[in-house]
Design a binder for this molecule. Structure first.
Ligand SMILES: *[C@@H]1O[C@H](CO)[C@@H](O)[C@H](O)[C@H]1NC(C)=O
Length: 184
């Protein structure tokens, strides 16, 4: 009986760890600062930031800006390339826009303010497919792979090892809980 009692904290810990691992969705402040959505200091600043991050389904990006003078427009890839804001897929005007990345693949955002897109206030976010989450120790992509050509959408860079291992740890501790419970 003593051993059973001693197991309880371990079980609780395992359960806790597996819960953390499964609720991995994160929130990203675009550009890593506030206000985040404004004319960038260099034209590709937003995409440089985006390329340093690995976005997964369920993650949220946060864009803060002055709602009186700016907005966020989700557009098609074509309209993103040409900064055509006339027919956005979605527009956000609340000044503190949270967008949940609910599917894999690329998302394209541009500023709705006059000329801001042309000056580089545009952002492409590539969300890794669910398949990539379960891949473990793939090497980080080489710089040439992270380039902003649209071809790379068809061959997204592999997930970093920590994303996959986080999930694996979750699965393994979940399995451990089940195994221990079965023994008890
Ligand atoms: C902008 O996009 C809209 C619809 O997506 C299209 O009708 C229009 O011709 C485009 N304008 C330019 C300048 O390409």
């Amino acid at each position: 009986m003593a051993t059973l009692k001693a197991l309880i904290p371990c079980l609780a810990l395992l359960l806790f760890v597996s819960m953390i691992s499964f609720s991995e969705a994160r929130e990203f402040e675009v550009g890593g600062k506030k206000p985040s959505w404004e004319l960038p200091s260099s034209p590709d600043a937003f995409n440089k930031w985006a390329q340093r991050n690995r976005f997964q389904i369920g993650d949220t990006v946060v864009l803060t800006y002055d709602a009186k003078s700016d907005s966020v427009l989700e557009v098609t890839e074509k309209n993103y390339q040409t900064c055509n804001v006339s027919n956005p897929i979605r527009s956000y005007t609340d000044g503190n826009t949270k967008i949940t990345l609910d599917r894999s693949g690329p998302f394209f955002f541009v500023s709705g303010a006059e000329d801001h897109c042309q000056k580089g206030q545009k952002l492409e976010i590539l969300v890794l497919s669910a398949k990539h989450r379960s891949l473990g120790h793939s090497p980080a992509p080489s710089p040439s792979e992270t380039h902003h050509h649209h071809h790379h959408h068809h061959a997204p860079a592999p997930a970093p090892s920590n994303a996959g291992s986080g999930l694996r740890v979750g699965l393994m501790s979940g399995a451990a809980v089940v195994a221990v419970l079965a023994l008890v």
